[in-house]
Design a protein around this ligand. Structure first.
Ligand SMILES: Cc1ncc(COP(=O)(O)O)c(C=O)c1O
Length: 432
C-alpha cells in the first residue's frame, strides 16, 4: 500500500499551496526582488509598542499568569467586546445587532476561514468566489472537496447578474442544495485590490437573502482582512452591516495586515446559529486561539498603539503603492498590452500583460526571474469553474520591499515584459 493510500480523503485532496514554489525561488536566490509574497512591511513592524504591551501585561504577576493560562474557546470576553464595539463604530451603525456571544477570536483569520469550511462544506458542495480571489482559500476549499465557481467582477466587485446567473445554472442542474456560500474579500481584494462598492454590497446581500427564502440556506463569507489598509478615500460599512437580520453574513477579519501577522490574532462575527458549530470545531483544534496573543492585543488596543501604528503604515504603504504605480506608468505605460487596476488600498497591484502567458512555465516568469524579480502568476487566483482562468495576469505586492527596491523590481519586470513582447508571438495556453 502506498503512503498516499493511507492518507485521509481530505489529505489526498490537499495540494501544496502554489505560492510554495515561489517561496522556494525567493529563498534559493536572496538577491531576487520579490514582488510576490503578501507579507507586510518588515521595517515598520511594531516592536516598541508590542514591547510596551508585553511589559504592561507581565508587570503584575497575577495578570501575567492569567495571560499564560488557557482561555475560553471563543476568545477573551474583553477582547471580543472591544472588537465588536470597534466594528459597530467603523460601520457607523446606530444599534448593535450582534452580541459578543457571536464574536470569535482565532489564530489569524485563515484559521476562521478554515473552521467555517470544516463546519459548512461537504465534498461536492459549491462555493462562489470572485474571479480572481484569495488563492490560499481556494486551496482550503479544494481540501474540503468543494467545487469553486468564479464569478465575473468589475471595478465595483462581483457583478450581481453573474451571481444570479450562477445560482440559476446550478438550480437547473438540480444542484441548488449544494450551493453553500459565496466568499468575498470586500475591501482591497487579494489579488485585484477591488473594494466592493456600497451599492453592490446591498445588492449582493439582497440576492442571497432572496435565494434563502426559497432554497437551502447559503451564507456570504465576508473577508475583511484588508479593511484598515486604506490609503485614499473614506471607509465604507461592511457587508455585515447590510445584513439586516444578521443571519446571512459571516464576517472575518484580522490584525495581521494592520498590526502584526506574527501575533496571529484574527476574529469574526458569526450568525447566531453558527456560533456553537464553529466553536465546537475550534474546540477540537486548539481550545481557543493563543490567549497570550489575545492579552497582548488588548493591551495594544487599550494603549492606543494600534491606531498610531495603522496611521503610520498607511503612510508607508501609500508611498510604496505610489512608487509601484509610477514605475509601472514610467516603464510600461507605453505598452498597449499592459494595464493594471487602480489600487487605493491593500497590498497588491493586479496587472494584465495581454496575450502573454504569465504562468511559471511561460516565457515572462522565467525572464523576470533572470532579470531578478519575482511575481505571482495570476492563474493561481482563479476558481476551477465559472469564469475562465486568465493566463495573462500577474499579482504584484508592494508590502515587503522598500520604495527603492519596488522601483528597481518594476524596472526589471518592465525589461522582461518588453523583451518577451518583442521576441515572442503572443500565444496563450489553449483554454485561455
Ligand atoms: C484575503 C485574505 N484573507 C485572509 C488572510 C489570512 O490572514 P491571517 O490568517 O494572517 O489573518 C489573508 C492573508 O494573506 C488574505 O490575503
Amino acid at each position: 500500500m502506498s503512503a498516499k493510500n493511507r492518507l485521509s480523503q481530505l489529505a489526498q485532496r490537499t495540494v501544496e499551496q502554489p505560492i510554495s514554489y515561489l517561496m522556494r525561488e525567493a529563498l534559493a536566490r536572496p538577491e531576487l526582488i520579490s514582488l510576490a509574497a503578501g507579507f507586510v512591511d518588515q521595517a515598520s513592524l511594531p516592536v516598541e509598542s508590542t514591547h510596551d504591551a508585553l511589559e504592561h501585561l507581565l508587570s503584575q504577576p497575577a495578570q501575567g499568569r492569567a495571560a499564560l493560562q488557557y482561555s475560553t474557546t471563543m476568545g477573551d470576553p474583553l477582547l471580543r467586546e472591544i472588537l465588536l464595539s470597534r466594528l459597530v463604530s467603523a460601520d457607523q451603525s446606530t444599534a448593535c445587532k450582534q452580541s459578543i456571544e457571536q464574536v470569535i477570536v482565532t489564530a489569524g483569520s485563515n484559521e476562521l476561514l478554515y473552521l467555517i469550511g470544516l463546519t459548512l462544506f461537504d465534498p461536492g458542495d459549491i462555493v462562489f468566489c470572485a474571479a480572481p480571489t484569495y488563492f490560499v482559500y481556494l486551496g482550503a476549499l479544494q481540501s474540503f472537496g468543494v467545487r469553486t465557481v468564479g464569478l465575473e467582477v468589475d471595478t465595483e466587485g462581483v457583478v450581481p447578474q453573474a451571481l444570479t446567473f450562477a445560482m440559476e445554472k446550478y438550480l437547473t442542474e438540480g444542484l441548488g442544495s449544494r450551493i453553500k456560500a459565496i466568499y468575498l474579500t470586500t475591501y482591497f481584494d487579494n489579488p485585484s485590490s477591488i473594494t466592493t462598492s456600497s451599492n453592490r454590497r446591498s445588492e449582493l446581500v439582497e440576492i442571497v437573502k432572496r435565494w434563502n427564502q426559497k432554497h437551502d440556506m447559503m451564507y456570504i463569507i465576508e473577508d475583511a482582512a484588508y479593511r484598515d489598509l486604506r490609503y485614499y478615500g473614506d471607509d465604507i460599512p461592511s457587508l455585515l452591516a447590510a445584513d439586516e437580520d444578521g443571519d446571512t453574513v459571516i464576517h472575518t477579519s484580522s490584525f495581521s495586515k494592520s498590526f502584526s501577522p506574527g501575533l496571529r490574532v484574527g476574529w469574526g462575527v458569526l450568525p447566531p446559529e453558527l456560533v456553537h458549530p464553529i466553536s465546537s470545531q475550534q474546540g477540537n483544534i486548539n481550545f481557543g486561539s493563543p490567549h497570550f496573543s489575545q492579552q497582548a492585543m488588548i493591551a495594544i488596543l487599550q494603549q492606543g498603539s494600534f491606531e498610531k501604528h495603522v496611521e503610520k503604515i498607511r503612510m508607508e504603504y501609500r508611498k510604496k503603492l505610489q512608487a509601484m504605480l509610477q514605475a509601472a506608468e514610467m516603464h510600461l505605460g507605453d505598452l498597449q498590452n499592459v494595464s493594471w487596476l487602480p489600487a487605493t488600498g491593500g497590498l497588491y497591484v493586479w496587472m494584465c500583460v495581454a496575450g502573454i502567458d504569465t504562468g511559471a512555465d511561460g516565457p515572462l516568469f522565467r525572464r523576470a526571474l533572470d532579470m531578478g524579480v519575482l511575481y505571482v502568476p495570476g492563474c493561481h487566483c482563479f476558481p476551477k469553474e465559472g469564469e475562465p482562468i486568465q493566463h495573462d495576469m500577474i499579482r504584484l505586492s508592494f508590502g515587503v520591499q522598500s520604495v527603492e527596491r519596488i522601483e528597481q523590481g518594476m524596472h526589471c519586470l518592465a525589461k522582461a515584459v518588453h523583451e518577451v513582447l518583442d521576441k515572442q508571438p503572443q500565444t496563450l495556453p489553449a483554454e485561455a
